[in-house]
Design a protein around this ligand. Structure first.
Ligand SMILES: [Zn+2]
Length: 244
């Protein structure tokens, strides 16, 4: 854009002008930046335009409802804001859990009413699955399955789609056993930098992912990554870009 120049003094003015223009564009642009720079919304990053990692926990802690708030408390204690995508068939019976997670500074998003694969449903049923989900502004479609139709339905109901950049595959057991904390930790540690920086890590409340979290948090920090920071209680409205 600029002709080659020599010396810092010569480039200072064009750079600051470019910076001002970029900031103005960011403020005015209806499509906010992704982690990779200004552009289209990237559902894998969920609006995380920071360089930090967003940890997400899905579904429900079957047989141990209190596990959700214990995980939330642990993360809060380490200054971390995570996102919980709860199946509303369970969460609606325990509104205190959603309220506590939000008071702990976490986001709680829509993961549908009953965790059916949305693209396989008639449009009316897909809409009802989203409408019957936990009210929020971020939708994680069950199994990460969605298409143009689901994006359109979600948008009409006030939702952005949110998937992930790092899948821990914590639900994928062998011999009826979920992977243990050491394996989950190693998987996140080895995930590509581009998937972690400004990325979104997927885990579940019913697996051994919560047990693996302390190691995962330690590893991410020792690898030089920040995690989304806890900055006080949240509401049902999850901001875009994310306040990480
Ligand atoms: Zn799920």
């Amino acid at each position: 854009m600029f002709p080659p120049r020599h010396g810092i003094r010569a480039t200072r003015r064009p750079l600051s002008t470019a910076l001002a223009a970029a900031l103005l564009a960011l403020a005015l642009c209806p499509v906010p930046a992704t982690a990779a720079g200004p552009g289209r919304y990237d559902h894998r990053r969920c609006g995380n335009t920071s360089q930090r990692v967003l940890l997400t926990l899905d579904d429900w802690p079957y047989g141990d409802d209190g596990r959700a708030v214990r995980v939330g408390s642990y993360l809060h204690g380490r200054g971390i804001r995570a996102a919980f995508f709860l199946i509303n068939a369970y969460a609606a019976r325990r509104p205190d859990i959603t309220a506590t997670l939000r008071a702990q500074g976490h986001w709680v998003g829509n993961h549908s009413r009953s965790h059916r694969s949305l693209p396989e449903l008639p449009e009316r049923d897909a809409r009802e699955e989203i409408r019957g989900g936990l009210p929020s502004t971020l939708l994680r479609p069950p199994y990460g399955r969605f298409g143009d139709r689901e994006t359109r339905i979600a948008a009409a109901l006030g939702y952005r789609i949110c998937t992930w950049t790092v899948d821990t595959r914590d639900w994928e057991g062998t011999g009826g056993e979920f992977p243990g904390p050491a394996a989950l930790r190693a998987g996140v540690r080895a995930a590509p930098a581009a998937a972690k920086r400004g990325g979104v890590v997927l885990g579940h409340l019913f697996t051994r992912f919560p047990e693996a979290l302390p190691g995962i948090v330690d590893d991410l920090r020792s690898q030089g990554y920040g995690l989304c920071r806890s900055t006080g209680p949240t509401t049902s409205r999850i901001p875009y870009p994310l306040d990480c």
